[in-house]
Design a protein around this ligand. Structure first.
Ligand code: IMP
Length: 431
């Protein structure tokens, strides 16, 4: 029995917190895409944990965490992340509560350099990547020149593959005046960085297939980024390099896509985006700045301020439809408190033509004029409320309106950063 949690907007929807809540019941939590471009924040008591590569179940004792084959792993970063968590008292034991697919690709220092150079060359057309080497690593995966975690189990093979890769990388880097890399040194550094990770490298696909077959193990698939950043379905080319939602889980975790019974999308009560690219409901004036400030909208990974705007129902409905989303968790509803009116983007107009459905693949998206509908705002602080009935009437109306417009129930409302700041509702999931 498996549940999948994915971001239904441009990432940063608050998936970390929702996954942490659901992980209490889960036996296995599985990342299946992205890398340390992701940043999942979980607040427990007074401690704020920022997770990038480790699945959010790592904070729950008894939960096993899998980094699936679809994830790209920067081993230096992972080793640091583990060290950081241990420093906060969280036990991370490779081979026990952390398992890594041998098919997961490694992000190497030259990928980061390539990411930086490529963005520089793009100039005005830059994507605004996180600079973590994610795109170049996936590029090598598709090009069959990548190195995988399983290669660490056969040092001679690893060295051969790395040496061959470095020849190509040095050609590329020389074109930009970069001194050549030394394959032997890189090999030694890599082995040292990975020493502790080796016991975690196991056949995670097999483990998952067995777990799903037994029918009793509760599996939670943890999406990274958001649907609008999906390499195919998002606002290409301003996207990340993977299939981020339900479509990515089969190939990214080595399981049947039919294993997932429940597809839970996570969306903020408004919208944000980091990096470049079209964002139709963006608020560039003081209203956007106010949302950014109230919502503490700074990237967990890069610290960049996030662009803020109203909730975009056109994009969100699209995300729900293409992922087979059965229900939604709505986060940061508390941040909207104090807005005299709240707006919902309900249609676009591009070059005089109205679009009720998201115009995927249309370069003119950047010129979209959004048609809004207004709703009454509320002023109350929602942070301490624990039931739907306690919410002010306009906030209840907002949630119910979203359910009607989107055709899915919203059983989880997050109204603050802490684990306890949540309201559960009984609503029918869409089958
Ligand atoms: P990359 O994934 O680093 O190549 O970046 C590509 C685009 O995806 C950029 O606009 C990033 O800001 C965005 N992005 C990547 N990961 C995340 C995330 O976890 N949250 C929000 N945006 C992200």
């Amino acid at each position: 029995m498996a549940t999948l949690v994915f971001g239904a907007q441009w990432g940063d929807e608050g998936k970390g917190k929702i996954i942490d809540l659901l992980a209490e019941e889960a036996d296995l939590v599985v990342r299946y895409s992205g890398g340390n471009n992701a940043g999942h924040t979980v607040v427990v008591g007074d401690t704020r944990y920022a997770l990038h590569l480790l699945p959010s179940g790592i904070l729950r004792p008894g939960t096993r965490n899998i980094i699936g084959n679809g994830v790209v792993i920067d081993p230096w970063h992972l080793a640091e992340e583990i060290k950081g968590l241990r420093g906060l008292g969280v036990p991370v034991v490779p081979g026990e509560n952390l398992l890594i697919s041998p098919c997961a690709h490694m992000v190497l220092p030259y990928h980061k350099e390539q990411d930086r150079i490529t963005e520089e060359v793009r100039g005005k057309g830059k994507i605004g990547t996180t600079g973590r080497g994610i795109g170049p690593c996936y590029q090598d995966r598709a090009n069959r020149t990548g190195l995988r975690m399983g290669d660490l189990l056969e040092p001679a093979y690893l060295k051969e593959r790395l040496t061959a890769a470095v020849v190509w990388k040095n050609h590329f880097l020389a074109g930009f005046g970069h001194p050549p890399l030394d394959a032997d040194r890189l090999y030694d550094d890599l082995r040292a960085a990975c020493a502790e990770l080796v016991p975690a490298i196991q056949d995670t696909s097999l483990m998952l297939r067995r777990a799903l077959r037994d029918g009793r193990t509760k599996v939670l698939f943890e999406g990274a980024q958001g649907l609008m950043l999906d390499v195919d379905l998002g606002t290409y080319p301003y996207v990340t390099s993977t299939s981020v939602a339900a479509g990515g889980v089969g190939g990214g975790a080595g399981v049947s896509p039919r294993a997932v019974a429940r597809v839970l999308g996570v969306a903020k009560a408004y919208a944000t985006r980091v990096g470049e690219g079209p964002f139709p409901t963006e608020l560039t004036g003081p209203e956007g700045a106010m949302l950014g400030e109230r919502g503490r909208e700074f990237g967990t990974t890069t610290g960049r301020p996030r662009r803020c705007g109203w909730l975009d129902l056109v994009a969100l409905r699209y995300a729900i439809e293409v992922t087979g989303c059965t229900e939604l968790a709505l986060t940061k509803l508390d941040v909207l408190s104090g807005q005299p009116v709240v707006r919902l983007g309900t249609a676009y107009e591009i070059d005089g033509r109205r679009h009720d459905d998201f115009p995927a693949g249309l370069p003119g998206l950047a010129r979209a004029q959004v048609q809004y509908q207004e709703m009454e705002g509320w002023t109350e602080d929602l942070g301490a409320m624990r039931s739907f009935d306690e919410l002010p009437a306009p906030a209840q109306a907002y949630v119910e309106r979203l359910e009607r417009e989107l055709g899915v129930g919203i059983p989880i409302l997050s109204i603050g950063p802490g684990r306890e700041a949540v309201i559960y509702r009984h609503v029918q999931a869409r089958s």
